[in-house]
Design a protein around this ligand. Structure first.
Ligand SMILES: [Zn+2]
Length: 146
């Protein structure tokens, strides 16, 4: 028996995600921001003030920027592992599936953490899926304590 993959699988996956997905927020790390409280020593590439209270003397700081993306979200429930395609998810875990685009890939690769349904999660694992070409990313998240 020969299995044919329709050429529009990515389109179908997108349609499903748009229908049942919801927005999540990825906090993306943005680095290389100039400190507003001191000035740069161009020779050392450090602050002219080694005791700057804002940057601590490094001059270059980083922050996070909100990136909102539509995702298909699966949240772990109660104490029971919940079987999903490809494995089980435990309480305090979430699995999000998002479209594979350059912007989404950048956000995932520079993610500090994720906000899903008001809870904060840390990135645990990323897998890239799609036949024949990668068209989506499935990211396993662990709920951040506290
Ligand atoms: Zn500074």
């Amino acid at each position: 028996m020969t299995i044919f993959w329709p050429s529009n699988t990515a389109y179908i996956t997108d349609e499903i995600r748009n229908a049942i997905g919801r927005d999540i927020t990825i906090l993306v790390t943005v680095s290389g921001i100039a400190c507003a409280a001191c000035s740069l020593n161009p020779v050392s590439n450090l602050s002219t003030n080694p005791f700057c209270p804002v940057c601590g003397g490094t001059y270059w700081t980083s922050t996070t920027s909100d990136y909102v993306v539509n995702a298909h979200v699966t949240i772990g429930e109660i104490d029971l592992p919940w079987r999903i395609a490809g494995g089980y998810i435990e309480r305090g875990e979430a699995v999000v599936q998002i479209k594979y685009t350059p912007d989404n890939l950048y956000a995932v690769e520079h993610a500090a953490h994720y906000i899903v349904d008001g809870k904060t999660y840390l990135q645990d694992d990323i897998s890239y899926r799609g036949v024949p070409d990668i068209n989506r990313m499935v990211i396993t998240l662990k709920e951040q304590e506290g």
